[in-house]
Design a protein around this ligand. Sequence first.
Ligand SMILES: C[S@@+](CC[C@H](N)C(=O)[O-])C[C@H]1O[C@@H](n2cnc3c(N)ncnc32)[C@H](O)[C@@H]1O
Length: 232
Amino acid sequence: MDELLAEQVRYYRERAPEYDATSRPDGDPFANVTALAVGDLRRLGPVEHAIELGAGTGQFTGVLAEIAGQVTALDTSPEVLALNAAKVQAGNVRRVVGDVFAWRPAEPVPLVVFGFLLSHIPRQRFAAFWQSVGEMLALDGVAFVIDETPHGAWREETAAAEGDEGGAGRVVREGAAVGEVVVRTLRDGRRFRIVKVLWDPAELGGALARLGWETRLTRGDPFYWGTVRPVD
Ligand SMILES: C[S@@+](CC[C@H](N)C(=O)[O-])C[C@H]1O[C@@H](n2cnc3c(N)ncnc32)[C@H](O)[C@@H]1O
């Protein structure tokens, strides 16, 4: 794994205990938009088996447990999966520690879901990411994505603004463009570089069309969401 993506994995492992408290602004002003996305996700059920990539602490795992006979929740962080298990106490969820680029299911499934993972994939790895999703999907299967648009609701600290010597060149060599790398700070002050690519859904639809996917995406800032299917 690239050094930058490995740092991102470490970040989410270390952030696990504070993820739920810090992932949304106080009072969650975007709860209504999230509810619309979750409604669309629910309407994709019932399915026999759903895979959730980057399942995290379980923001969407409970919904999947309700609409799928079986859920496989994948994440590179055992720490978030432990919190996921405490939060989503459903007998039909299997949790697996693994990397989306390397892990494959025993059998392809009808539904693959990822919330707030695509924005952590550098553009250079975009095709490889969708190749992985395609290999997990059964014939007639569908992927569902929800993530951040290029909104102005909050700001990230870009890595280039850090001013570390040669930072920009270093970042490019590690497999991500300069503007794709941001710095996150944990409550104890430790800082990590992670990838953040905010897709406009129209631009994302175009990029996916070139890879042979068709999209039905809805924009409701600060999020977009919807289905992605391989073109026959
Ligand atoms: C922003 S969090 C989203 C978590 C959850 N889906 C949610 O909506 O709250 C991204 C998650 O993806 C996981 N992750 C990052 N890179 C990954 C990879 N290569 N393979 C699998 N999971 C990954 C992180 O550990 C983290 O839990």
